[in-house]
Design a protein around this ligand. Structure first.
Ligand code: KG4
Ligand code: ZN
Length: 339
């Protein structure tokens, strides 16, 4: 089954064609970074207008890039939430129109389910059950993944998402947007123990996260640091970036393996934009090896928002008879337990 997946939940207009929920024929992403970077974050009104401008071209490129015509598409899958309402609406109404004109079924996908299943776009896949850390600009959650469509949320952030913390710290340091890739690059030449930023583990058995205290701590540190005279002893921007990154990664890795231990899963998966991070991957991979657990992560283009992961998730909805009708609406909040 050739499924066309569409995601317009935030600031990327994306579409991809996937066969059988696994084999990617195309994956096209139109990034809006240049539009939002001067504002230091996503401006919802600008995002939805840009989706309207770009969606036709992105879908056309996804279909032709797959070597197909619209007539060869068997079903459409689209993100219905969570996300920015104005952005989600563009993808949903475009998908509804395609489904109606082509007379093919429509699947309404939870964006987080897309991130969880993005690992199945890779050749080497985990077996169920596994635990998945979904870590992006909008979300930081741990799921016990028992099967397709069978997810239990074990923990989530109580305030900022980890990617949001990267973006805010990059803004504080004047490094631009999005913060994740630039902080990762600069941190490579910094000392990870130069500044001791706080790690919010919360209670000892908690699988929840909190990154707002870390962000405030970096902000206060940088304010004082800017007043200090430059000297050989003064921490560098790279030291601050590396110390911040280490504080985030320590907590992410500790919690995902605590979850793995709790449910006795044989595999750990990381997904979402922050899962592009090389340091997170190598620390988590070393921990997995120490514990004799398998570790998986999708390649970067499947970590950040993309249409292929939505096609993969939609495929499983459809083969299980869960197509949606034209009355389906978007949901700015969409807990995974309500799938
Ligand atoms: O999954 P995604 O594309 O969109 C959301 O659903 O949020 O994730 C974007 C987030 C941004 O906050 C960005 O700073 C972060 O992922 N990110 C990274 C890296 N690449 C992207 N964070 C840390 N290290 C990276 N290499
Ligand atoms: Zn996402």
């Amino acid at each position: 089954m050739n499924v066309l997946g569409i995601d317009t939940s935030c600031d990327d207009t994306s579409a991809g064609v996937v066969v059988g929920g696994r084999r990617v024929l195309s994956n096209v992403v139109h990034s809006q970074i240049s539009l939002h970077s001067r504002h230091g974050g996503v401006v919802p009104e600008l995002a939805s207008r840009a989706h309207v401008r770009n969606i036709m071209t992105v879908v056309r490129e996804a279909v032709s890039g797959a070597g197909l015509r619209l007539g060869n598409i068997d079903a459409v899958a689209v993100t219905i939430g969570p996300g920015l309402v104005g952005s989600l609406l563009v993808g949903l109404y475009y998908a509804k129109a395609l489904s109606s004109v082509l007379k093919i079924p429509l699947a309404g996908v939870n964006h987080l389910e897309g991130h969880i299943l993005s690992v199945f776009l890779e050749p080497d896949i985990p077996s169920f059950p596994f635990v998945c850390l979904t870590v992006s600009g909008g979300h930081t959650s741990i799921y016990h993944v028992k099967g397709y469509g069978d997810y239990i949320q074990m923990g989530q952030t109580l305030d900022d998402a980890a990617g949001e913390a990267y973006d805010k710290v990059a803004k504080i340091l004047g490094l631009g947007y999005p913060g994740g890739p630039v902080i990762e690059r600069i941190a490579q030449s910094g000392r990870r123990n130069a500044v001791s930023f706080p790690r919010a583990y919360l209670s000892s058995d908690s699988l929840d996260f909190s990154f707002s205290g870390l962000k405030t701590s970096v902000s206060l540190f940088v304010k004082k640091w800017r007043q200090e005279p430059e000297s050989g002893k003064r921490a560098s921007v790279a030291d601050i970036a590396a110390s911040f990154e280490e504080a985030v990664i320590d907590v992410l890795v500790q919690k995902i393996f605590k979850a793995q231990e709790l449910v006795g899963a044989g595999a750990v998966v990381i997904a979402g934009g922050v899962a592009c991070n090389g340091r997170l991957r190598s620390v988590a991979s070393a921990e997995a090896e120490k514990r004799g657990v398998r570790f998986y992560h999708p390649r970067p283009v499947y970590c950040t928002d993309n249409g292929a992961m939505i096609a993969a998730a939609g495929y499983h909805h459809l083969i299980n008879g869960h197509a949606v009708d034209s009355s389906v609406d978007v949901r700015s909040r969409y807990p995974i337990c309500e799938i």
